[in-house]
Design a protein around this ligand. Structure first.
Ligand code: GAP
Length: 520
């Protein structure tokens, strides 16, 4: 019998076991595995691709096709885009990525390893020195401190960014036992570059986009000129981004190739605070709609000193990942980008990005505003509110959230996806491969596959078939048994309880049953 609600805390889940399940069941494989893999790159298997597509489609549905109702009670307007991954390199000069998209890195002269400065924590113990370790790596910290015969409680923990570089000579870097091997921090640009055309020269240098957002800003004017959109409105895009992360880690959490779901919301500067607040809460509501437990989500406002170069205000939606628990890690950022990007592109491209707001002009006139106020309200470079989330990170969240150990089941675990996001919606089993059961099961399968991703499985014992579906996270199994021949009904095995539903389900109601569950 499944034990409800015991395992919902991600802190109790093992990433090692989750990664093994993902490999075993075809959710995620290491990229180029037969060649030993390649750090920071992952391939999504059949189930992982289906899960990712289901999340992407739900985001697109809720952002572009049926966006939320705005604060005034009217649906907001958002249009879709699919821009090129490689753009004119001037894009990245204007956006600040060529000059500023870098992380301060420190090198270890002993091990030749490179670390992000802000990812190293240092335990300072008065008489026993200073031990550096990668932030949040609990196993590593425990091993290293045990070796040095000190405990975390013996000293104070500081981030390496808070320690003067002149003090680095005292620090024993991660992965070594010698003090003083860390260099002073150096900036390391995160953009992958390449060359477009036959000649590898600086003139031909291009970049793989590190965010999908800039493709949206480049097309802002095209959209205004062609789509009859009126302020405020949004442009949404889903696609691959690339960052040469120095320390890709935690499975697919930080990869070098990943997918983003970004929406740039263009609005009048005077209304930007209202929309920042609106999108912040809308985005949290969306994450909850994926079936993520509220207790595992939270907001975190950025401090001024961690704001990105383009950002005026930013709040992260964070999730309690098994590797951050009891702490939380980033899932989505909602940033107030002001008019930074459009102003930069206006300056660098000499293309006017100003918007003439006829409605605002009329409202200002009717409100009896001064000439200057009317002018300011009617012509401006829009402000931008940007909810930017990771699609591949959303896959990780749903994998972590769904992973539910249950020692009483043959598989020892089941994946508790909300039916809407489950890669396989239902399985159809003939109890035995004779007595007319396969014929009825095949007929049902052929009907259901027209509308849903369903699987027909007649191999091995029913227990083994359930176990396979538990690991795939299939919410329902319909079994055609001896009674079906008489009552035209199936048993429904419910994944979460691990039990058959009390009522048998008539064959002609299976479609409606599934439709209702997926719509929830
Ligand atoms: N346009 C703004 C922007 O890109 P970001 O906070 O750098 O902002 C947005 O990225 C989201 O993209 C993050 O919240 C995260 O979900 C995802 N993301 C960023 N870097 C990632 C990486 N290396 N691997 C996987 N996902 C990543």
């Amino acid at each position: 019998m499944a034990q409800e609600n015991i395992y919902t805390d991600p802190a109790t889940k093992s990433m090692e076991e989750l990664v093994a399940l993902c490999k075993r069941r075809g959710f995620v494989f290491p990229a180029s595995e037969i060649y030993g893999g390649i750090n920071g790159f992952w391939d999504y298997g059949p189930l992982g691709t289906a899960l990712k597509n289901n999340i992407r489609d739900w985001w697109w549905r809720q952002m572009v096709e049926c966006p939320p109702i705005g604060p005034d009670g009217e649906p907001v307007e958002i249009v879709g885009l699919d821009s090129s991954i490689i753009q004119n390199p001037k894009t990245w000069e204007a956006s600040g990525h060529v000059g500023g998209f870098s992380d301060p890195m420190v090198d270890c002269t002993e091990t030749k390893k490179r670390y992000r400065q802000d990812h190293i924590e240092v335990l300072i113990v008065d008489d026993k020195g200073c031990w550096g370790f990668p932030e949040n790596n609990i196993d590593y910290i425990a091993k290293k401190l045990k070796k040095a015969n000190v405990s975390r409680d013996d000293g104070t923990v500081k981030n390496l960014t808070d320690i003067d570089t002149s003090e680095y000579e005292k620090i024993i870097a991660p992965d070594t036992d010698k003090p003083g091997t860390l260099t002073a921090p150096r900036e390391f640009n995160l953009m992958f570059d390449s060359h477009a055309g036959a000649i590898k020269s600086d003139e031909n240098k291009v970049y793989l986009r590190p965010e999908t957002a800039q493709g949206i800003f480049l097309n802002y004017k095209n959209i205004v000129d062609t789509m009859r959109v009126k302020m405020p409105f949004g442009i949404a895009q889903v696609g691959k981004s690339f960052r040469n992360e120095v320390t890709p880690r935690n499975f697919i959490f930080r990869s070098r190739e990943f997918e983003q779901m970004e929406m740039e919301w263009f609005c009048a500067p005077a209304e930007s605070a209202k929309w920042y607040d609106f999108w912040k809460h809308e985005r949290m509501r969306w994450w909850e709609s994926l079936g993520v437990d509220k207790a595992n989500l939270r907001f975190r406002d950025h401090d001024d000193d961690e704001l990105a170069h383009y950002s005026k205000m930013c709040v992260d939606v964070e999730y309690k990942y098994p590797f951050t628990a009891p702490g939380y890690g980033e899932l989505e950022g909602v940033a107030h980008r002001g008019c930074f990007d459009l102003t930069q592109h206006q300056e660098h491209s000499k293309t006017k990005m100003e918007y003439f707001d006829q409605a605002a002009q009329l409202a200002a006139k009717e409100a009896g505003k001064s000439k200057e106020e009317i002018a300011a309200a009617s012509k401006y470079i829009p402000n931008v509110i940007e909810p930017a989330s990771g699609l591949t990170r959303a896959v990780l969240v749903l994998l972590c959230e769904a992973y539910t150990p249950d020692p009483d089941r043959p598989a020892g675990v089941y994946m508790k996806f909300k039916p809407k996001f489950a890669p396989i919606k239902a399985a159809i089993f003939p109890l035995v491969n004779k007595d007319g059961m396969p014929e009825i099961a095949t007929k049902l399968y052929h009907e259901l596959r027209q509308k849903y991703v369903v699987q027909y499985d007649a191999k091995q014992s029913i227990g083994k078939r359930y176990a396979r579906m538990d690991e795939a996270g299939t919410p329902f199994c319909f079994t055609i048994d001896g009674d079906t021949l008489n009552d035209n009904a199936v048993t429904v095995r419910d994944r979460d309880s691990g039990q058959a539903l009390a009522e048998r389900l008539p064959l002609d109601q299976v479609d409606a049953f599934l439709a209702a569950k997926i719509a929830e």
